[in-house]
Design a protein around this ligand. Structure first.
Ligand code: G6P
Ligand code: MG
Length: 216
């Protein structure tokens, strides 16, 4: 049978957190805010606007809307420079074989990401063709853990929310999938993603048996 398979992008398909970090760090440094790797963890799955507010909060910096808008543009321009040269070798280990398995088994595949840069990234790393639907930061108004992004993705591929499978690396994303009645699969640290229905460290951990049960 068929069900929707929904992939988050950042931290699931590609490790863009390092580029987001570098771009945010420039803004933070300029404002004299200490922005560490640990802080960057807090920004996983978090929208661009909310990320800036969190960073400003770290330094107790208050800013006008005008300044914030300017920094958001700067951050993204910088980020775009970093992702400009992304290639297939930046796809996280095991992702492509799973996409191929799903394709071979006629399963609908969708992207469910908070990023407004999702499409160009999928294009650059050469896997856009796997996706039947893309729902990203341009299409949703409510951020994860609101299930909007995943509900829209299931809808776009014509599948019910119930039973859809979601691959996520953020706590908010796992919560969004659970709220939607979907099967949440945490990619990464099991201790952090403990609300997920299943957990793996990365995509190479899926056994063929497990994948087979999902598509049967
Ligand atoms: C993902 C990332 C976040 C990022 C957000 C928005 O959820 O995990 O770190 O802030 O997307 O991405 P964007 O590319 O639109 O700035
Ligand atoms: Mg993510």
């Amino acid at each position: 049978s068929q069900r929707a398979f929904i992939f988050d992008l950042d931290g699931v398909i590609v490790d863009t957190a390092k580029y987001h970090y570098l771009a945010w760090q420039k803004i933070a440094n300029r404002l004299g805010i200490d922005f560490t790797h640990e802080h960057n963890e807090l920004l996983k799955g978090v929208s661009r606007i909310r990320s800036l507010d969190i960073i400003l909060g770290l330094g107790n910096v208050e800013a006008s809307q005008e300044d914030k808008d300017k920094w958001l543009v700067e951050k993204n321009e910088d980020y775009l420079n970093y992702i400009e040269h992304m290639q297939a070798d930046e796809i996280l280990v095991g992702v492509v074989p799973v996409l191929e398995f799903l394709r071979q088994n006629n399963q609908p595949i969708a992207l469910g990401s908070a990023s407004k840069n999702a499409r160009p990234i999928l294009e650059k790393v050469g896997i856009l063709h796997f996706f039947d639907a893309i729902v990203d930061g341009n299409d949703v108004t409510n951020a994860k853990p609101d299930p909007e992004v995943f509900l829209k993705a299931a809808q776009l591929v014509g599948m019910p929310a119930e039973g859809a499978v979601v691959f996520e690396d953020s706590v908010a994303g796992i919560q969004a999938a659970n709220i939607a009645g979907m099967v949440s699969i945490g990619i990464g640290d099991k201790a952090i993603l403990n609300e997920a229905r299943y957990n793996v460290a990365d995509f190479t951990e899926f056994s063929t048996d497990f994948l087979q049960t999902l598509v049967n």
